[in-house]
Design a protein around this ligand. Structure first.
Ligand code: FES
Length: 153
């Protein structure tokens, strides 16, 4: 943890990057209490400041999640072209509700506001990768591709 933090100068402008790195380093994709504490100590800021930053941004989680986080956009442009039914398909395929982890721990299903790629709506992200022009036929293939890549890596 210390090594990750020491990649950055000890100033608050790097807090988001530090939180990203610490979350990415955790197999369950979340910020443990000790990670938040370490950031507070490294930056010499109150723990409450780190916690309020980590809870403000939806990309951070304070609870364990699946290895891969799916964020399906639910803003109006994506809704207008079928995001709602895609969410139903994902939830059914993965046997989870939004905010839950699949039984095998591989996926977390989340929704997000506009991902900034409305031109290819409906869209989702899996971890840092964007997928657009999703269709009911394609969305399950995308998920299964990630699962296959994971199994062979
Ligand atoms: S509204 Fe979905 S990407 Fe912009």
């Amino acid at each position: 943890m210390k090594e990750l933090l020491e990649r950055y100068p000890a100033t608050s402008e790097f807090m988001l990057d530090m939180l990203h790195d610490l979350q990415d380093a955790e197999p369950k994709n979340y910020l443990k209490p000790e990670a938040l504490q370490a950031v507070a100590e490294y930056l010499s800021v109150p723990l409450s400041e780190v916690v309020s930053t980590a809870t403000f941004y939806t990309m951070y989680s304070l609870k364990p999640r699946g290895k891969h986080v799916i964020r399906l956009c639910e803003s109006p442009p994506c809704q207008l072209v079928g995001a709602e039914s895609l969410l139903e398909i994902l939830a059914k395929h993965l046997a989870v509700k939004v905010g839950e982890t699949t039984a095998d721990g591989v996926f977390e299903l989340e929704t997000a506001s506009c991902l900034g790629v409305c031109g290819v709506a409906p869209a989702m992200m899996i971890d840092a990768e964007l997928y657009g022009n999703l269709t009911e036929a394609r969305i399950v293939d995308v998920i299964e591709d990630v699962r296959r890549r994971d199994a062979t890596s």
